[in-house]
Design a protein around this ligand. Structure first.
Ligand code: PDD
Length: 285
């Protein structure tokens, strides 16, 4: 993985340099996307572009690029079969440090890189994830995919210290989401429950396709928040994200979910999700 993208150019990674005055560094004044690549194909690129443009719009960052072309070029240049593309846009450079934004014509800083990673084959699929819960102390605009990831990073370290795989965060005793995944449960009577789209969670791209697959499997879906207790009583629990795809959760705060093994419906949802994303795109002339 040696070729990266920076402000219009594809360059070796050692040649990609940005200013210490970049607002992405100084204020986390930046948004990003992580797009999975499976079988050399970008997964759900159009939805990632739509979310990126929404994030940029919410923060009034003026940035335009042919996002899909950039991502595709990095897949090709780095010969990426499976892994991810990371794409970040900051408000740009401001040499006089100021909380207020620079003039709107300030050029944004746009960069992207590729990372090779095994996504489909993951040992966690068969053993399932173990989760602990913690208060969600992030800001109240979690619907914008900003690079302010320090709290999520702290929570990942807590999970590691506790010997588990991740943290589900809660506000008012209701589960919002994982540190970098959306959280879902399936109740004992077979209803898939997933937090409604609002400012408390990131509108996951994987979540959209996951819900489509679950509905086409005949599962009823309720988009609402659930409590930790409700999650502990659920038949199944799982997460969705671009890097883990659909991943079963088998334990929450030491309490086994269902039989303490990956749930049957979750496994089916993962399989049908994979079948959809692995279908080669139609040949167009
Ligand atoms: N994270 N919620 C949060 C807080 C996230 O950071 C992510 C993705 C998701 C899932 O969204 P999607 O299905 O669009 O990947 C939910 C990425 C993978 C990351 O930060 O690495």
């Amino acid at each position: 993985m040696h070729i990266v993208y920076l402000n219009g150019d594809y360059v070796p990674k050692s040649a990609a340099k940005i200013s210490i005055y970049d607002r992405g560094l100084l204020f986390s004044d930046a948004v990003y996307e992580v797009i999975s690549v499976i079988g050399g194909q970008l997964i759900d690129m159009e939805r990632h572009v739509a979310r990126l443009e929404r994030s940029l719009g919410e923060l009034s960052i003026n940035a335009f690029a042919d996002w899909a072309v950039v991502a595709q070029q990095l897949v090709a240049d780095n010969d990426l079969g499976e892994g991810l593309i990371y794409l970040q846009v900051s408000r740009g450079v401001m040499e006089e440090r100021d909380y207020r934004w620079p003039a709107p014509e300030t050029p944004p800083t746009i960069f992207a890189f590729a990372q090779k990673r095994s996504l489909v084959e993951n040992p966690m699929v068969t053993r399932g994830m173990r989760i602990i819960t913690r208060p969600d102390l992030r800001w109240q605009r979690c619907d914008i995919k900003t690079t302010q990831l320090l709290y999520a990073s702290l929570m990942k370290m807590e999970a590691e210290a506790a010997g588990v795989d991740d943290v589900w965060m809660t506000r008012d005793d209701l589960v919002t989401e994982g540190t970098s995944q959306n959280a879902h449960i399936i109740s004992q009577d077979g209803v898939l429950i997933s937090h409604q789209l609002d400012r408390r969670i990131l509108p996951g791209v994987t979540r959209i396709e996951m819900l489509e697959q679950a509905r086409s499997m005949g599962l009823a879906v309720e988009e609402r928040a659930f409590s930790i207790d409700e999650a502990k009583q659920a038949a199944e629990a799982f997460i969705s994200s671009s890097t883990l795809l659909i991943m079963p959760v088998v334990e929450i705060d030491g309490h086994p979910i269902g039989h303490g093994r990956p749930g049957e419906q979750t496994t089916k949802i993962r399989q049908s999700y994979l079948a959809v994303v692995q279908t080669p795109p139609p040949i167009t002339n």
